[in-house]
Structure formats: structure tokens, C-alpha cells
Design a protein around this ligand. Sequence first.
Ligand code: TNX
Length: 757
Amino acid sequence: MIKYIPILFLSFCSYHLIAQNNQQVTPAPAFTQNQTGVFHFDKKTGIVSAGKNYDKEALLFNDLLQQFYGYRLPISKNASKFSSNSNKIILQFNATIKDEGAYELQVADHSILISSGNSTGIFYGLQTLLQLLPPEKMDACDIAGILIKDKPRFAYRGMHLDVARHFSSAAFVKKYIDYLAMHKYNNFHWHLTDDQGWRIEIKKYPLLTSVGGCRAETLVGRYGSDLYDNTPYCGFYTQQQIKEIVAYATARHINVIPEIEMPGHAMAALASYPYLGCTKGPYKTFETWGVIEDVFCAGNDSTFHFLEDVLTEVMALFPSKYIHIGGDECPKERWKHCVQCQKRIKDNHLKDEFALQSYFIQRIEKFINKNGRSIIGWDEILEGGLAPNATVMSWRGEQGGIEAAKQKHNVIMTPGEWCYFDHSQSLNEDSITIGGYVPLEKVYGYEPIPASLKPDEIHYILGAQANLWTEYITNPKKIEYMIFPRMTALSEVLWSPKASRNWDSFEDRIPQLMKRYKLWGANYSNAFYDLQAKVVPLPHYKIGWYLSTKSKNDKIIIANSESLTSAYEYTEPVEIKTSGLWQAALQDENKKIVSNWVKQQFLLNKASGKPVTLTYPPAGKYAGSGGFSLVDGVVNTMGMSKSSQFLGFNGSDMEAIVDLGEKTVFQSINLHAFAQPASWIYPATQVTFYSSDDGVSFTELATVSLPDAKRNHIFQYQKPGIAQFIKIKADALKVIPSGLPGAGYKPWIFFDEIEIN
Ligand code: TNX
């Protein structure tokens, strides 16, 4: 552990550093050894770019020093330019360090020697040196002696950014590239086109950006809300900006892979040039998210001429060996009913529309190969036969990657479960995300080489990448919040030797990492230390509120009211005895509140906490805490804000029996339910209420249906009665009727709470 001990009596040296080892460097280097000696670093430290010309690397190091600490160091090719007793950082060519990106760094009393056989290695050595400096502003510091020998584990270390759903300015894209470089990532996958926007200037087709670069409005809130902001949204990069960004990345040893989506996710292009679609439109740049049936027409040669023209301009801008052509989520509906597409299938003796997709990708691949480049495609390009030289990006889990490697194709792993940084990192996000749950530990624990690959297949896995889709990520602060600290965790997965990966060591570094994000001026998520709150059953059919945190320094405080003056320290789950609001937060050593207040409203009634028997099991992720979820005192009046507090059933009815413990008088029975047809969640067709004294023979009380059920709706029985057992049976549609989302599939039904008053 490195300890920074501030010494305040010397003005020129506001920081004194005692370094014992390298634990602060992330991604952790392959090899480190503490050595004697202490290097004194200050504004007079010279950078010697010896032998080969490493001025560019030295200048980029200076740019970051300037940004974080406010000064630059003098640079010279010649060590003698600096006074003989001044301390120096020496950048030196060493032909024996051959691997791309490999370097050695040695800190001694008067010199820091960074050596490599390639400029990438020198660049990475300087990134490591930056992390040997304190994560706070300083004019001078001491760096303890150390020897680092480092090289990357994987050749492909990628981060993706979707600029189609929400646009990022050219200036922010450069910042994003800086973040990649500081973590030793070497590929930036730039998702430039999608249904919701075309973001790259193409000279031959100006409408792509003037029409396809704009959408009339954007969905507000969660998918399925059907609320729009009534505000046009536009943005694109000029070719000049693209050239500058590519040069900026190249200088930082990062390859930029452009993605031009085809044949699906093409609405922005179709809106610009309707002849590219099967129905010829009219189309409009898409205003919500999801997968759309309108795609590039595979039957017309004009589609291919257009795409070849576009790709020709793209290849002129991007020197990348790889060009990403998408290939994911392409519905075949339009092709099935398109005369030209059907003719193409017939003429080429293709089996079906999947083979037509394969024809599409292979035809584009041939064109790209002819231009000396290779394609990358999402794992759907496996369907209907893989194009001969394609690299597969495996996103729907690991399976696509495994299959591609077995077919001797290169693979980049980016499975959603570990690598989707648009997914939530907290169970308690305070802004909307696309869903899912990819916490920091999960990312850190990712292993890019699937266990099922044979030794001779492993080398097809080039590396991995995290994806940042921006449906719900509208601004730079949120981008930073979503990537930090998860992209730091993934950098260690990709760079450091597998054997040295160690979660405990990483966890120890998190507080220092957060200081460094602050030094960079970057936003980040504190979710790892979140206050976690859960409603839990307590013995004797009581309801409890359970709180926890991984923070080692903070206390949890809790209050049972709107007023926080009654707050006290939490030690064990509190029993919830009455309806009302509870709140909790983290408090640091100085009694400062350092988290959001987590609030929970409880609505208690005669059913609360009572045993519930479910006749049919709830499905998968929506099984909550079983029957307890229906009587946990939590009613979600805001829609499905926390899916964990609902029970979902897929393809079955719902039947619940509540045991009130003794004969109980009641005035009414309510079943709280939720519907969202866009997500295939439909209201129950009818709900029947029963009562019983023995739990065996039940008397029907009433059957209720709600023809106009809203998102949040309540099935009600409002007559007094007396019983020990109440049974509620909710009938689901057998199948989703045609014309509705999910037609032909079994519907979901969702329930939240049983309320007996
Ligand atoms: C799936 S990943 C998509 C994207 C969405 C993303 C949201 C992939 C190839 N397609 O279009 O933005 O899910 O997580």
C-alpha cells in the first residue's frame, strides 16, 4: 500500500510520498519489485527523449501533467542539457523489449528509466509513471524505488461508445480517448450510425446527416412510456473532425474502429434516402429505442452501391484494419414480403432470409477485403453462415464467441452479463438505465477466455471490450458515471496476467482510484459503497428493513419519519410495525451525510407479513422474495421502479393464498398489479376473490375484470367479510393476440401487493 503523508512546512514540496510497492497502478503491472532509493519529482525534473525520438510521448505526458497538476516538465533529447545534479526521466529504446506495448520502468535515486522496443511501450510506461504520482494536486513528491516489467495480456483491449442514440461532442470524444489511453486500452469502437441518428458526414450523400442526423423528438423516461419530449435532436461529425479525432487517438496508440450498421438499425439512412428500404417509405429517423422491422433492402443492387460509396469514404478517414459493419438485430419481416429480396434468394439459391443476411454481409465483406481491410460484426453474423474472414463480436453471451473460435475465426468478447456498461451498477440507481445489473465485482471477475475452448482455440480470442449504448445516457457526466470505475476494473482484466488478478487488492485501490477520477475532473459512480436496502421477512411474520454497505468508514443512520432529526445509528434490521416512511443514509467519520437518502414508504394492512402460498412459481428474474413480495408492505405506485419488488409470471396464471392466522374481519381486498404491453406485460383478464376458514374449502366472493387497466392498476373487492384464508386467482391471457407487442407469445402478468383492510 502506498501511503501519502502530507508535510505542510515546506512550501515547494507540499507532498511527501513514501511508496512501498506498486499497488496504486491500475491495471496492475505484470511484474513489480520494490527497490532502494527515492526519486524526488518536481517541476525541474527533466524528460530525456534519448536515442529514438519519443518527443511525442513526452509531450502527451506533459499535456496530462498540465491538466492534472498545472505544469509541464522540460524535455530534451540530450541529458547534458539538464544540470548534472537534476533528476531525470529517461525514455530509452531497448530492442530486447519486443512485445507491442511492453515496457520497463525503473525508479532510482536520480533517474526514472522507461524503456521499450516500441513507442507504444514508452507511452504506456509514462501512463504508469503518472499513477506513481499522488492523486491530488502537488508541486513535488517523492517516488520510492521500484522496478516494473510490464506487458499486456490481450492484444485487443476495447471500449465502445454509441453516439447515435445520444451524441457526444468531438471534444468529449477526445476526453473519452484520454480515459482509454490512461487505462492502456488500445481500441475505440465508435458506433456512428443507428436507427436514431447518422453521425458521420458522407460527402456523396449529404442527406445522411442533414436528415438522418436529426430526429424530431425523443422518448422520455422508460421504454414503453410513450411520452416524447417534442424537441428535435441533431448532431454529426464533419469529416475534418473525424480526421482530427483519429489523429488524436493514433497519437495515443489507440486504433479507432468505425461502425456503420447494416442491414438492420438503419432507419436514419432510410429516412435520408427512402430508396434504400424495401417499402420505399416514408421513413423517419427513429424516436424511441428497440428493434425495427424496416432495414436496408437486400434485393436492390442500389443498396450495395450506396453502402460501398459510404464505406469508401469511411475507409479513407479511418486507417483501422477493422471496419465494423454491425449485423445485429435485423428482423427479416420486410425481406419476406419484398419481391426483389425474394428474387435475390431465388437467383442465388439461398435457403431463406437468414441466408440472405449472410449473403448481404459476405458481399460487403468482399468489398472491404478488396480494399485491404477486414470486417467485424456482432454475433448474429454467424446465422446463415459466417463470412470467410470476419471477426465476431460476441454480445449475446459467450456462445457466439465460442462458436466463432471453433470455426477458426477471430473473436472479441463483449458479453452483456459482464461488459454492458449501459446496465445498472447499483440496485438503487437514481437515474434511469436500460436495465440489467453489472456491478463492479462482476466486471472484475470476467474471464474473456471461455472455459469450454480447447487450447488450440484460445488464440482466436483477441480480447474483450465494454459497450456503452446511450439510450439513457444523454450527457458526458452520465457517460463518466457509467464507465468509472467499471472500465478501470475491465482494464485490469484485459492487461494484467490472469494469475495476478486479485479482487481484494483491487478493492483496496478503489478509494485511491476515486481520488484519481476527481483529479481528472471525471464523474464516477460510488455504487460499490452504496447503501443497500432490502425489505425482508422477520421471524413471527413480521416485516423488516435490512441495510448494508461495503464502506469501511461510513456508518448507516436511519430515521422513521420525514424529519431527520430523529435519525439514529442502524445496527440490525428494523421491524416495520406501522405504515409510514423510513429513510437511511451513510454518514462519514465527521458526521457528514455522504450518500443519497434511501427512502422506503410502507403501507401496512391485515395481510402484511402473513404467510402466502403460491400455486404457480413466479418466473426467472421476477421471482422477488416469492409470496412475501405480495405482502411486504411495499406498493409501487410509480410503475415498475424496482422490479425486485414485483412478482412476474410468464405463461401461467397467478394464484395466492394468504393465511391471516385467525378469523379476521375485513372490509376490502385489493390486488395491486402492473402492465406494460411494450414489454409483453399484460393485465390479467379477470381476478377472482375467495375466502375460507380452513384453507381447504373456499367460497367465491367475486370476479373482477378491468377492461381499461392502466400501467398501475388495482383489482378490488369491497364488501365486508370474515375469514382466516383469502385466495386470489388472476387469469392471464393464454397468448398475446395479433397486432399487439409480442403477438403469438405467452404474456407476462405482474403483481405487486395484496392489501386486506
Ligand atoms: C442491444 S448490443 C443492441 C443495441 C442496444 C443495446 C442496449 C447490440 C449489438 N445491439 O442496439 O443499444 O442492446 O443494451
